[in-house]
Design a protein around this ligand. Structure first.
Ligand SMILES: [Mn+2]
Length: 331
């Protein structure tokens, strides 16, 4: 990774926007938070502005309300004079939604720091991608290791730890590498309360989420002798459980954890005649090719797509695509 070049670009910028994808996750939020505190120390004028609401379970990262929800009246004037937009964890520029439009309107240079696979002709000014990194947060750590003169502060470490913990399934998934554990050691030494972070994110599930999960468990379909399991969720199921979109986080991982299941897929019907599809694999099969078939993308073992259509039309397409892919890979 050319962190020297990254450092020169960041050093030459005065006003810097930090942002991540819609429905941001721990990796995007944690990376942005770590970079925010680092840049503020350097005296940079920076803000974190996202296109989606801030998820409640990450509130511990939002002390002092450093995360702002994009609002044109409030932010356009500030954004107009930005020298650089650093974008975290974004495989597809479109996933910045309204913020993408503002960046383009004011012609702001973009630096994407990410670990998703990217097509050759990407739209970013600088595309800093390491598909071998377990998390974008691991990349930020690497950058700090090389170009930050002072030790990492506790508050910077809280962001990095959150990023790495959430993208590795709490240091359990196959992407967990030495760097992840090195990061954990540095964070513990900096005084990060790691179990508190875990509790905030994973042990504060609303009852509505569990209600919804109960309905899903009863409706998992197993294919391919049990190696492929899928389930779907629609508005009616959400309403019956009193649940919201955010409550489905982690469901696909839950289904993947079933014995014999290698690939788990969720088809979530949005209200605007689109479906969000989540693909998860234990590691025997690559599933981002299926996600690509459906117009999405992602990592080898964790990917997603958003497609036009209701679940009745989308489910058969997804099932066919996944079964075909598993068959190709079984040869
Ligand atoms: Mn990530």
């Amino acid at each position: 990774m050319d962190w020297k070049n990254v450092n020169e670009i960041i050093s030459a910028s005065e006003r810097i926007l930090l942002t991540s994808h819609e429905n941001p996750d721990g990796d995007g939020l944690g990376s942005a938070s770590a970079m925010y505190y680092h840049l503020r120390e350097q005296g940079k004028d920076c803000k974190i502005i996202n296109c989606s609401d801030f998820p409640e379970e990450y509130e511990f990262l939002n002390i002092g309300q450093i995360f702002e929800l994009y609002n044109s009246d409030k932010h356009d004037e500030w954004m107009q004079k930005c020298d650089l937009a650093i974008i975290f964890d974004v495989g597809d520029f479109k996933r910045l939604r309204k913020i993408k439009n503002v960046i383009e309107k004011y012609n702001i240079d973009t630096m994407n720091i990410d670990h998703h696979p990217h097509p050759k002709n990407h739209p970013f000014t600088y595309n800093i991608v390491d598909i071998n990194a377990a998390a974008t947060g691991s990349m930020i750590f690497e950058y700090f290791k090389q170009y930050r003169s002072r030790p990492l502060t506790k508050i910077i470490c809280e962001g990095i730890y959150t990023a790495v913990m959430t993208d590795t399934g709490s240091f359990r998934y196959s992407n967990t590498d030495e760097t992840c554990h090195e990061i954990a050691i540095v964070c513990l030494n900096a005084g990060v309360d790691t179990s508190k972070i875990y509790q905030n994110i994973y042990e504060s599930k609303p009852r509505s989420s569990v209600q919804l999960l109960a309905r899903i468990i009863d409706n998992i379909t197993y294919e391919n002798g049990g190696e492929f399991a899928w389930f779907s969720i629609d508005k009616k199921m959400l309403d019956t459980a009193g649940a919201t979109k955010a409550d489905v986080d982690g469901f696909t991982d839950f289904v993947r954890a079933i014995k014999g299941v290698e690939v788990a897929v969720m088809i979530f019907e949005n209200s605007n005649n689109t479906c969000r599809i989540n693909f998860r694999s234990k590691g025997k099969y690559i599933i981002n090719d299926s996600a690509k078939d459906m117009g999405g993308g992602g990592h080898k073992f964790a990917a997603g797509a958003v497609v036009q259509g209701n679940k009745e039309t989308i489910i058969p397409q997804v099932v066919i695509a996944v079964k075909a892919s598993l068959k190709r890979q079984s040869v």
